[in-house]
Design a protein around this ligand. Structure first.
Ligand SMILES: NC(=O)C1=CN([C@@H]2O[C@H](COP(=O)(O)OP(=O)(O)OC[C@H]3O[C@@H](n4cnc5c(N)ncnc54)[C@H](OP(=O)(O)O)[C@@H]3O)[C@@H](O)[C@H]2O)C=CC1
Ligand SMILES: Nc1nc(=O)c2c([nH]1)NC[C@@H]1CN(c3ccc(C(=O)N[C@@H](CCC(=O)O)C(=O)O)cc3)C=[N+]21
Length: 310
């Protein structure tokens, strides 16, 4: 078993996403070093955050640290929640035109007065490190090469490490967002899994999950997935990042919890990702890897060997 999968007596083995991510960060760092030598500058990743979505704030804070630790340049644009769609598209266009920027990430969700599709599709597909443009999503659907969404890539990478070949495995993906659920389903399908996509209109979700070898929860509802939904021996991937009050830590304190009731699910699953320390760190690892890939592609260079080997 891989060293980031930690057996626990009588319960599910814990998949340590932080440790797993460190191996990918190291590969991204090696690739970034090669590219810095070839380009005369390190790869550069720009992020745009509009407003104050708590999950996005966690992401951006960690993204800055990890990008710099991997020897890349990090740029942040923090914009007020009332920015106009036109101004946001203009910002994306300026980042497209800046030859020193290799990757552009626009944090979701955007405020209601903004059409997120218009903003995302303004991103140059060559810089689409989040894999969300129509071009990237179409390439994923077609099985054509392209930049793949980070969170689903991280989930499939972990699933392959935990279970090996995924052919024939049944997967229930809960949530059908463009960011996580839909691309996760496509990536598991690419691995020859049999995939069911569940959402808010799904009937009898517990019964559906009971047949699944792999359950991926990407809903945004704290501890919605209960332990007795899980098939004994299954793999549980908890994507949810929910910030809840934690008065036990002191007044006004908060903590992060997932979409899965961890202690219950760990009683039945064979493998489980915790929150924090599971899928979240993997998302950032995949983002760094995509930034290096984008920088190489834009320069007409091959994907660095360290990343191709992942
Ligand atoms: N760890 C990480 O790296 C990342 C974590 N996240 C986190 O993952 C969670 C999901 O994010 P995202 O996909 O963007 O969320 P969205 O809010 O875009 O999508 C949520 C999905 O959950 C479905 N849903 C809502 N209620 C239910 C229910 N009762 N039963 C079944 N399905 C339900 C919705 O269904 P319908 O379509 O019918 O409305 C929708 O498809 C959030 O907590 C987010 O912060 C997100 C990205 C990365
Ligand atoms: N376009 C877009 N792409 C995204 O991938 C995207 C997004 N928008 N909007 C917000 C969500 C949320 N998200 C997280 C990624 C990592 C952590 C992360 O690092 N989590 C650590 C937190 C550790 C801590 O700081 O406590 C962990 O789970 O261990 C959290 C949340 C990406 N998202």
């Amino acid at each position: 078993m891989t060293d980031f999968i930690k057996p626990v007596e009588g319960r599910a083995a814990v998949i340590d996403g932080k440790a797993a991510a460190a191996t990918i960060d190291a590969a991204a760092k090696a690739g970034a070093g090669e590219l810095a030598a070839a380009l005369g500058r390190p790869p550069c990743l720009a992020v745009v955050l509009v407003g104050e979505d708590p999950a996005s704030q966690v992401y951006v804070r960690n993204k800055i640290k990890r990008t710099e630790a991997a020897g890349m340049r990090s740029i942040e644009h923090l914009e007020p929640a009332d920015i106009s769609e036109a101004d946001l598209v203009a910002l994306v266009n300026a980042l497209n035109a800046d030859d020193g920027v290799d990757g552009i990430l626009v944090q979701m969700p955007l405020p209601d007065h903004i059409d997120s599709r218009r903003v995302i599709d303004a991103i140059d597909p060559a810089k689409d490190v989040d894999g969300l443009t129509a071009e990237s999503a179409g390439r994923l659907m077609l099985g054509a090469p392209g930049l793949r969404p980070c969170t689903p890539s991280g989930c499939v990478w972990l699933a392959r490490k935990a279970l090996g070949d995924l052919s024939g495995r049944s997967v229930v993906v809960i949530g059908r967002s463009i960011l996580v659920g839909k691309p996760a389903a496509m990536l598991f399908l690419e691995q020859n899994c049999t995939v069911t996509m569940a959402h808010s209109r799904t009937r009898d979700l517990p019964a559906l999950c009971a047949g699944a070898d792999i359950v991926l929860a990407a809903v945004g509802r704290p501890e919605m997935v209960r332990g007795d939904w899980i098939k004994p021996g299954a793999l549980v991937l908890d994507v949810g990042i929910n910030r809840i009050d934690a008065p036990e830590k002191g007044e006004g304190k908060t903590r992060l919890i997932g979409d899965v009731a961890y202690d219950e699910a760990a009683e039945r699953a064979a493998f489980i990702t915790p929150v924090p320390g599971g899928v979240g760190p993997m998302t950032i690892a995949m983002l760094l890897a995509n930034a290096v890939r984008a920088a190489a592609l834009r320069a007409g260079l091959d994907e660095p060997a360290a990343l191709a080997a992942l």
